[in-house]
Each structure stands twice: as structure tokens, then as C-alpha cells.
Design a protein around this ligand. Structure first.
Ligand SMILES: [Zn+2]
Length: 91
């Protein structure tokens, strides 16, 4: 019992000393590529570095392609379930 209370008392100051987001650091965003701080209003959220801009472009292109394929596969997958049901309902 005494040990538990002692442990709690020891843990509390450690929690308080933990830096809270937004308390000491002003609100800012991070570059999506190199994680360096950028302006909150930066859109797209990358720094001015050309390699970061190019990398983001590459990532967004591949993300869009991946999302399209996911949608197509999901559509086909759903069709294998819904298709027979629809055919049965009609027939
Ligand atoms: Zn960057």
C-alpha cells in the first residue's frame, strides 16, 4: 500500500514535467516529407525544398493510383456478392 502511494507520488511530477503540445511550442505544422517545421497555413504541407515538393507530388500520384485500384477491386468484390442477389431478385 505504501509502495503504491510512493510510486504514484513519484510518477506525478514526471507527468507534469512532460511538455504538452501547444503549451510552450507555438502552433505549427511539419513538412510531410522531411518533418521540418513549416507554416500552419502551408498548403500543400511541405517546406520550400524542391526535393520535398517533388516527393510529395510523387506520393500523391501513387496514392491516387492506389486509391483508384482499391475502389475497382472493392467494386468487383462487392459485385460478386450483390450481383447474384440482384439476378435472383430479378429472375
Ligand atoms: Zn521538407
Amino acid at each position: 500500500m505504501v509502495d503504491a502511494r510512493a510510486a504514484k507520488a513519484r510518477a506525478k511530477p514526471a507527468n507534469q514535467s512532460m511538455p504538452r503540445a501547444g503549451s510552450s511550442i507555438p502552433p505549427h505544422a511539419h513538412c510531410r516529407i522531411c518533418q521540418c517545421p513549416v507554416d500552419l497555413k502551408a498548403d500543400p504541407r511541405v517546406c520550400k525544398d524542391t526535393t520535398c515538393i517533388e516527393e510529395l507530388d510523387r506520393r500523391e500520384t501513387s496514392e491516387r493510383r492506389m486509391r483508384t485500384w482499391m475502389l475497382i477491386f472493392f467494386g468487383l468484390f462487392a459485385l460478386t456478392f450483390v450481383g447474384p442477389l440482384l439476378l435472383r431478385a430479378v429472375g
